[in-house]
Design a protein around this ligand. Structure first.
Ligand SMILES: NC(=O)c1ccc[n+]([C@@H]2O[C@H](COP(=O)([O-])OP(=O)(O)OC[C@H]3O[C@@H](n4cnc5c(N)ncnc54)[C@H](OP(=O)(O)O)[C@@H]3O)[C@@H](O)[C@H]2O)c1
Length: 388
């Protein structure tokens, strides 16, 4: 990659809710001399934000082919907070792949990520260009946590993750969920290995899933498990990491499988969370429900208060081995609101790691397979998380 580009890192979608937080975090964390810029579709708002932060502004109206081409050609790394990614992300990813520009984003749109893998993984892998979708709360904490636990254990075991969390809802996330549901029924089953290099081969080779009810008591913990909204994304990203790492002989082994759910205080909490998720799915599946969510939920550009972002948290407990006879348990405790503080820490540190040349491989990859323990160290270094 040429060093002669004008910028080391450009943050696209900087005027959105997470974009503004990411821009401020980048200014705080970027090493001296890193050539940063922000970009956005509105000249007025992008220039006003850039002036406040003391950064150059690039204007990318509509993220069209010319704008994305120019953006990707001018920077060594692009981070994107402009979603829904299935609507606004494709041209930018295409341009980054074409120009050899490293890239990371906040997408959690599985079908779109699969499309990006099919379009760009092979060429970017050969060229050493690293594209990392899902670099926010989904799915960096799960991806790095599973990798850290298994590399310490040195054994191939099934892992179950339980998330406990407190956080708010961004209007942009709701809008992305609505946009996704307009394209695919949110209740439709998703291939468990959708993001694997070869989904069918992976399915055939993987140990059969342990049949568990949607809500169940977790043995020996006095807690209950319920379905978790982000599990479909996190599980598939972790499986992609396992498959990509296996290509280099550093995979999680034949006994590995990963399932994730929500940790609930008791049976009533667990059944309540399951019902809420079911209602959200029903609403998203119908045009009237989507209209109501859009009308009464937060609008794009809105998000939780600064106080609520500060007071949020996510705790991921990973259990290796059978739940009633665990071999090891580790808890990763992340600071701040998941959709904002945690997401922004993950995205910014991923971008800084890419700019510092820390990626071990190219392709449409995952945080664990490209950056691994180095990214975990970076995140611990900025007090984003602790673990025990
Ligand atoms: N992975 C995670 O854990 C995680 C966490 C949080 C958010 N997200 C995702 O990140 C995305 C942003 O979330 P957010 O809360 O920051 O949303 P937001 O405040 O609505 O921001 C959306 C961004 O996209 C830009 N945008 C919208 N329409 C566009 C268009 N037609 N052309 C070009 N750019 C356009 C917006 O520009 P303007 O500012 O000009 O409107 C803004 O920068 C969403 O897709 C959300 O689902 C993921």
């Amino acid at each position: 990659m040429s060093d002669e580009r004008e910028f080391d890192l450009v943050l696209q979608g900087a005027t959105g809710f997470t974009g503004r937080l990411a821009a401020a975090e980048l200014c705080k964390r970027a090493p001296q001399g890193l050539r940063l810029a922000i970009s956005g579709r509105s000249r007025e708002r992008t220039e006003a934000l850039a002036e406040r932060l003391g950064l150059p502004a690039l204007v990318t109206p509509g993220l069209d082919a010319d704008a994305t081409d120019d953006l990707a050609a001018r920077s060594r790394v692009v981070l994107s907070c402009a979603g829904p990614f299935s609507r606004y992300g494709t041209l930018l990813v295409d341009a980054c792949a074409r120009h050899g520009t490293h890239y990371a984003d906040l997408s959690g749109e599985l079908v779109w990520i699969r499309e990006m893998i099919d379009r760009h993984h092979k060429t970017c892998s050969d060229a050493g260009v690293t594209l990392i979708p899902a670099s926010g709360f989904d799915s960096v904490p799960t991806d790095l946590g599973v990798q850290a636990l298994l590399s310490d254990l040195g054994e191939s075991l099934p892992v179950t993750g339980f998330f406990a969390m407190r956080g708010g809802l961004n209007g942009g996330t709701l809008y992305s969920g609505i946009a996704l549901a307009e394209e695919e029924d949110p209740r439709a089953p998703i291939h468990p290995h959708l993001l694997d290099p070869d989904p069918e081969a992976a399915l055939a080779a993987t140990p059969r899933a342990i049949k568990r009810p949607a809500v169940f008591p977790i043995p020996g913990r006095g807690r209950w498990s319920a379905p978790f909204l982000m599990a479909p994304v996190n599980e598939r990203v972790v499986r992609r990491s396992a498959a990509l790492l296996a290509e280099e002989g550093a995979g999680y082994g034949a006994g590995f499988r990963y399932d994730e759910s929500l940790l609930c205080a008791n049976r009533f909490h667990a059944h309540g969370m399951r019902s809420l998720l079911g209602i959200a799915g029903q609403l998203l599946a119908s045009p009237a429900g989507r209209w109501a969510l859009g009308r009464f939920g937060p609008s794009p550009g809105q998000g939780p208060s600064a106080r609520s972002i500060e007071q949020g948290f996510a705790r991921l407990t990973l259990v290796a081995g059978a739940l009633d006879a665990p071999v090891a348990t580790r808890t990763f405790s992340w600071r701040g609101d998941p959709s904002n503080a945690i997401t922004v820490n993950c995205l910014v540190q991923t971008g800084l790691a890419l700019a510092a040349g820390e990626a071990r491989r190219g392709g449409v990859v995952t945080a664990a397979s490209a950056l691994g323990s180095r990214l975990l160290e970076r995140l611990a270094g900025v007090q984003a998380l602790t673990w025990f």
